[in-house]
Ligand binder design. Sequence first.
Ligand code: NDP
Length: 326
Amino acid sequence: MFKGILMEGSRGDQQVSLKSIDEAWLPEGDVSVDVAYSTLNYKDALAITGTAPIAKSYPMVPGIDLAGVVTESSNPEFKAGDEVVLNGWGVGEKHWGGLAQKARLSGDWLIPLPASFTARQAMAIGTAGYTAMLCVLALEKHGVTPDSGDILVTGATGGVGSVAVAILAKLGYSVTAVTGKPEEESYLRSLGAKQILDRAELSEPGKPLARETWAGAIDVAGGHVLANVCAGMKYRGVVAACGLAAGMDFPATVAPFILRSVTLCGVDSVMAPKKDRLEAWERLAQDLSPELLDSMITEVPFDEAIQAASQFMDGTIRGRIVIPVA
Ligand code: NDP
């Protein structure tokens, strides 16, 4: 038996509890893992609170991320004792996830724990941090450099935003952090933000084109925020869009794209190919200061994780949550 969060019932009528689970119930997979740490991402909070239909079947163990040690493997890439990390691939949605002491899954979804991180730090990064790195890579691949001009990061006190601000600042970019939490200005400056912008300035419907201000942007919000970000880009500016914290809609015009050659890059972490994941984790090891990462962490005991998911939905949590599950 092992401890895990179990979502039971059905869509719209789910019950979530921390339970003792029989190992025989674990799903099929060629690698078994003793999970040491997991985390809460926005998507995990949506799943646990039932705010969005993240679980595709029941019963389901939530948790889109895990870090732990392989106990059994018939996959040639892994053997017992290997330390591994998992992000996404539908784990915690279609396949039992990381918020449990044991997991059985496909070795094709795993990557080795990067040598420069502990399992705890890898979960402090989690999907949020790895997505932040994918967004930075998207800006770079479209030619944005620190000399191009200021970079805007929305949802800056959140998981993706905090990691994005820290990485960009370390790389020498001048970062403007957009936040709805003015009281967190000193936190954002400690991560390296040069300027702070009130989220309210981007949240209302704006003009198709605004003053040319940003060379690059990482947006976690969508909705009017993303529309206003696009409208405020410099000529040939690049926006990496990965989230929907403000909404799923995109009430914009084509003006920034056809008059300023703005590029809008979509970023998905869940199905990103292994080579992109390995690149992102390699760059995280290089470009994310472990001290700043530690300053983003709130550790939540396993038996308080369900409660923490509700707080997450209020948007009051800062940085990253890690959950020791072992
Ligand atoms: P968090 O909850 O940690 O952070 C989201 C932040 O967005 C909040 O802290 C808040 O920051 C800001 N925010 C909250 N509500 C609004 C609003 N109405 N308008 C604008 N900003 C708002 O979540 P994550 O950082 O983990 O994830 C952010 C988004 O990115 C989510 O939508 C998530 O689903 C998505 N995501 C997508 C991935 C992908 O693969 N595409 C992977 C990971 C995340 P502040 O108060 O500072 O403004």
